[in-house]
Design a protein around this ligand. Sequence first.
Ligand code: G3P
Ligand code: MG
Length: 337
Amino acid sequence: AAAALQQQQQQQGNRAPGILFDIDGVLIRGNTVLNEAKEAFQMLSKRHLLKNIPYMFVTNGGGTTEAHKAHQLSKWLHVPVSEKQVVLSHTPLRMYEQYFNKTVLLIGQGPLKEIAASYGFQKTLDLDDMRKAFPLMDIVNMKVRKQLKSHPPTPIPVPPVEAIFVMHDPLEWESCLQVLIDLLISKDGVPGTLDSKQHIPIIFSNADFLWMAEHPQPRFGQGAFRLCLEALYKELTGRDLLYTQLGKPFGVTYDYAEKLLNEQAQKLGYDGLSYFYMVGDNPRSDVRGANSRQNGRSVLVRTGVFSPHLDNDPSDPAHFVVPHVRDAVQLVMRHFD
Ligand code: G3P
Ligand code: MG
């Protein structure tokens, strides 16, 4: 393998190919690690290729820190994984320095304030802070309504919201949709005020309409939540919601991942990255994203969102379609033999 790699390096002018691994529907389904994933990484370790191939994990999932995801991945796959090899849906938020000192509302699950602080955001709020500031906001919930009657709360004020980050699939959609609409129609980031134009910027980290967990059918993702918010905003105001979208298949996430892959390649002694394989299960995010990059090669697996009955995806056809990640890795390894 080493000789083949050397030959490949010479062909590529000492530039190395790399691999981007998707996580959900490729390596895991919900909390279950796929056997083929463990086998794939065992194979790569045995061939000592893990030491020679730059590789990363790029997921539209989130709600955790890169360090924690790296730790989970190394436990699942029995290989060392560093946080620099992990790009979560919200990782590119690190680049939004203009909001580091602004008040940002974070929506989703997990330790969002901790994650945002690790990126540099100093002033963050979550749904609970908004509830404490505006106790009547959740009046649709009959349990809350009863409690409010018996124990009228004293509001704990929050500063005006200056930006919104949807960082992960939210729970309690009715509360999230209501508070986001309140803010998006507001004049100054204070629910209750009103203006004829959208003042508050909103960034979504993941556009996936569907994703694959343990259930046999795909589940709704953050993209489905965004569609609901857009529909409500349009119905209420007649205007289209203005938003920024991160995650696969968008350039911002691929730029970020490729930059890290390139750095890894250089650390391994190459001049840089030649091209990359994206191993994914979702044609709309993984395949579309890789196909839109000049140096991207898409490898679609059948263990996730992609329908097992089709030869290839009609709208976003992959360069290669294989049953699972072990075969995907074998395909990549053939390029080294
Ligand atoms: O919420 C996670 C999901 O939308 C997709 O994750 O790893 O398949 O990009 P992944
Ligand atoms: Mg996936």
